[in-house]
Design a protein around this ligand. Sequence first.
Ligand code: FMN
Length: 357
Amino acid sequence: EGAEMSVVCLTDFEAHARERLSKSTWDYIEGGAGEGFTRDDNIAAFKKIRLRPRYLRDVSQVDTRTTIQGEEISAPICIAPTGFHCLAWPDGETSTARAAQAAGLCYITSTYASRTLEDIVAAAPRGFRWFQLYVQPDRQLNKQLVQRVESLGFRALVITVDVPKLGNRRHDIRNQLNLKTNLLLKDLRSPQERNSMPYLQMSPIDSSFCWEDLSWFRTITQLPIILKGILTKEDAELAVKHNVQGIIVSNHGGRQLDDVPASVDALPEVVAAVKGKLEVYLDGGVRTGNDVLKALALGAKCVFLGRPVLWGLACKGEHGVGEVLNILKDEFHTSMALTGCRSVAEINQDLIQFSRL
Ligand SMILES: Cc1cc2nc3c(=O)[nH]c(=O)nc-3n(C[C@H](O)[C@H](O)[C@H](O)COP(=O)(O)O)c2cc1C
């Protein structure tokens, strides 16, 4: 055993994760699309926002709890859907699910989970979970999948809209990364529907899926529908018009279309467009408690973490994810106290200013 690893912030986990993962896995997790401009801008944009702290407000009691879609979470920090957790840690998604349950946060499980949905639920039966769907070309498969996640107790359907096709990820092309053959993907079909053949094919995404098709999902599920990957006021208005319950402002961690705005820069226009008619969340580049506070000040109800969860998993499995979540929750508590916020409801635009740099 080497030197005791000292991890006190999320970027410490990043450095340790890098040492533990193969080059191709590291590149797959970290990489952005194209030139990686948006991937980096997700981080840089948070740094252009300054805080305006208020003092002498009795912050002896700071409450980080809030709700999403009416359900309580211990802090506005949840887990974004990311695929293939078994790449980072042998147990994969069951470890993530346990850590999320222990932290009292929502875990959005990906269509590309590398454990079965049944295993994930069994590992953390009291966990609060949403399911992220990549719409499949086969309507029946979508229907089976959605009804299965609903009966398994997932509480919302998150439809990712920014992947009508995969972004251009140069590292993965250079590394000839092939997730189809490297990983035994779980079978998307329900246990009853499976035949004895393993479902090795990476299921394709339906690139014809469009706004008009959302109403079909309404007919097959009672779950709230959340659209992940909206970046413009035009699409935000359409989301309101189509009666979805939430939007995750996201650029997929800069992995899809490069040269789009950082998530936190796109957030204000989306928040303004929806006029409070649905909840707006954010993911992309959240690495510190201050980042969480800034996103909430700009109108996000909660933020989601992508890569940091995978760093935690790669370092120490369930315990690593737990540490990542707890470090960020502690930092956010400090951010609230030092800006004079006793409750999440007190976080508003007056707490921030944009730097002219
Ligand atoms: C390795 C990896 C896999 C991902 N897989 C998915 C996925 O299966 N579905 C999805 O909607 N988003 C996926 N995303 C995007 C994340 O949900 C999220 O938008 C992004 O990672 C947030 O940025 P951050 O990594 O800077 O926190 C993935 C991201 C990464 C890094």
